[in-house]
Write a protein that binds this ligand. Structure first.
Ligand code: ADP
Length: 248
């Protein structure tokens, strides 16, 4: 087993929007190095959960801890990102006019001053890391290519690569395989699986076949709290889960 106890603690978190509880006493514990899939019907609170972890939304009650010491509710969105929690949105925010390599180069920067960063020489360590990330995301041969010319799947991997340049302890990934070809889905499964161990990876995904192919542990959200948790087989055979999905 590659996990070493929890790294992320979401405890009794509630979030209301105009009296409607998007999260209702949510409890979620993510182990260091695990790959967790979060599923649940539309409106279950998945996006709100990611917004709370990344500091975009502040809960009304509850606590969110990163490791033993870092109280995420006291940190800004920017501090949380810099502190080791990366988030990949569905729509990639890569620089289309720059090469794959330059995109990764920019991602090493602590600021986003493009021209300053690109004109500064990289350290050997940074070059090694870019090389390593290019291999991980499967774009080693495309490193000179303009990012805008990449396929839809390749753009998604490049953005994951950019997040990896910051070496996050936790990576949140929102619907990574939406719109991908079968081959791209397979590569994405391999990529996310290979990241676990070194990073904790939290994947929010609707594609059940994909979830089955990667997940060791699945959390089902419903009406803002955890309905079921366990292996894909366990949760799929849980009558409460069946009922929620049939009722969709
Ligand atoms: P999911 O990602 O699982 O589809 P969300 O977290 O997006 O669920 O939403 C949970 C519930 O909270 C939904 O009913 C949604 O309409 C509501 N909600 C989310 N964000 C807001 C907001 N900013 N204002 C009002 N209601 C919101």
């Amino acid at each position: 087993d590659t996990t070493h106890g929890p790294i992320l603690y979401v405890e009794d978190v509630s979030v209301s929007f105009d009296g409607f509880k998007a999260l209702n006493n949510l409890n979620l514990y993510i182990d260091d190095g695990e790959l967790r899939c979060i599923i649940g019907p539309n409106g279950a609170g998945k996006t709100t959960m990611m917004d709370v972890i990344t500091g975009k939304t502040r809960p009304d009650t509850g606590s969110v801890w990163f490791g033993q010491r870092m109280n995420l509710l006291k940190l800004s969105e920017h501090e949380i990102a810099r502190g080791g929690i990366g988030r990949k949105f569905q729509k990639p925010t890569i620089f289309e006019a720059l090469s794959v390599f330059e995109n990764l180069e920019l991602a090493t920067a602590s600021n986003k001053h493009v021209w300053y960063t690109l004109n500064k020489s990289l350290t050997g360590e940074q070059l090694d890391r870019i090389d390593e990330v290019l291999k991980l995301i499967g774009l080693k041969e495309q490193f000179r290519m303009e990012a805008g010319a990449l396929s839809h799947g390749q753009k998604q991997w490049l953005e994951i690569g950019m997040l990896l340049m910051q070496n996050p302890r936790v990576l949140l990934v929102d619907e990574p395989v939406a719109g991908m070809t079968g081959e791209e889905v397979e590569h994405t499964a391999e990529l996310l699986t290979s990241l676990a161990g070194r990073h904790s990876v939290i994947v929010v995904e609707h594609d059940m076949a994909f979830v089955r192919s990667i997940a060791r542990k699945v959390t089902v959200l419903h009406q803002g709290s955890v309905l079921a948790e366990g292996s894909m087989d366990q949760v799929q055979n849980d009558p409460r889960v069946v009922e929620v999905y049939l009722g969709e």
